[in-house]
Design a protein around this ligand. Structure first.
Ligand SMILES: *Cc1c(COP(=O)(O)O)cnc(C)c1O
Length: 348
């Protein structure tokens, strides 16, 4: 195989340990979308060996596959559950999010025996309760109905901005909810911080006993590059041909790219059909330790790289690894972390 992919599980375990140290909190690990396309089984197995037992996913389907693989883990679902999913949650011991006032009152009768986490909306406007009175009413009604309300959480969508003033207001809003709701209920799981928010290590959120990271477990920051997070995705290809392209000649389909000088072009047998994001063009490929620029476009099955006389057919080309990390491209706004990690799912 010319294209090779490796997930460094040792680095995943080490990142988890460092995140716990850095935050001083327990980890509720987000492993939605097949652990960001890295493969949920290997990732969860690794994290369990590092002492993590609490996981969150987007859908009930994901939670059920997780429980199938690892029956003893704690699994929380973010999406609103329908009737059938509520039944499965009870049978399989999956925790559900209270995603809205309407959802809660439509389903309140069938929620007994299920761990519930109350989601507060502070600005993401995806799921959650926005009003204080509604939140208090739900907490009180959970008590009255004997429901097992064990969690309080929010999602902070502005923690990756460089201007944190909006984020600050959203943090204050959540603090307000905590102050008013915590006397009414003994929450065992209080969580707000995704990767970007965890990195901010905000003491106002000291009342949260869990952080809820996804990307950073896999070595990706959603703010600037963080050197204490270790890369976990290693993807390489190999040079299968070398061509001479004369100055002003076109390369690839259409008249879209013209060689700005006489150039030697190496051809790699990897493209977007293998899940390689076209945004990967923004950073160089490393061959024998030196950086080389991707030219023309990334094609379905191929990528062109401008090289020099030191590169030979058969040389390995590092696409992701110690030199170029997934988050180098995501922090430049090129493509999200998990979009880029699709290459891992498609290549292995
Ligand atoms: C995806 C997600 C996370 C994890 O986000 P990262 O930025 O990958 O750490 C946390 N909470 C919720 C609700 C999410 O949807």
């Amino acid at each position: 195989m010319k294209n090779r992919v490796r997930v460094d599980y040792g680095h995943v375990a080490e990142n988890a340990r460092r995140i716990a140290d850095y935050s001083g909190k327990k980890i509720l690990a987000v492993v939605k979308n097949d652990a960001y396309n890295l493969g949920i089984e290997g990732i969860v197995d690794t994290l369990r060996c590092s002492g993590i037992n609490c996981f969150a996913v987007a859908s009930m389907d994901e939670a059920l596959s997780l429980k199938e693989l690892f029956p003893d883990v704690y699994a929380l679902v973010f999406n609103p559950a329908d009737d059938g999913e509520i039944k499965s949650a009870r049978e399989r011991g999956v925790a559900l999010s209270v995603t809205g006032e309407r959802w809660f009152y439509e389903h309140a009768d069938s929620l007994s025996g299920i761990d519930l986490h109350l989601k507060i909306n502070v600005g993401m406007n995806r799921f959650g309760i926005s009003g204080m009175e509604a939140a208090k009413r739900i907490v009180t009604d959970c008590g009255r109905l004997g429901l097992s309300l064990v969690g309080l959480f929010t999602h902070l969508p502005l923690a990756e901005e460089s201007d944190l003033s909006g984020h600050d207001q959203e943090v204050e809003l959540f603090c307000g909810f905590y102050e008013r709701l915590s006397p009414l209920c003994d929450f065992q799981f209080i969580h707000a911080e995704n990767t970007a928010a965890t990195l901010l290590r905000d003491s106002r959120l000291d009342f949260c006993n869990f952080v809820r990271p996804g990307a950073m477990l896999f070595g990706c920051s959603s703010r600037e590059r963080v050197n204490w997070l270790l890369p976990t995705v290693y993807v390489s290809s190999a040079v299968i041909d070398l061509r001479e392209a004369p100055k002003d000649g076109h390369l690839g389909y259409g008249y879209k790219f013209f060689a700005p000088r006489d150039m030697t072009v190496a051809i790699l047998p990897i493209g977007y059909g293998h899940g390689l994001s076209r945004a990967r063009k923004a950073a160089p490929v490393f061959i024998n330790g030196s950086p080389y620029r991707i030219v023309s476009k990334i094609f379905l099955s191929h990528t062109f790289v401008e090289v020099d006389g030191r590169v030979k057919i058969g040389d390995e080309a590092e696409i992701y690894g110690d030199n170029v990390r997934i988050d180098d491209l995501s922090s430049a706004g090129a493509a999200s972390n998990s979009e880029q990690m699709l290459v891992v799912r498609l290549l292995r």
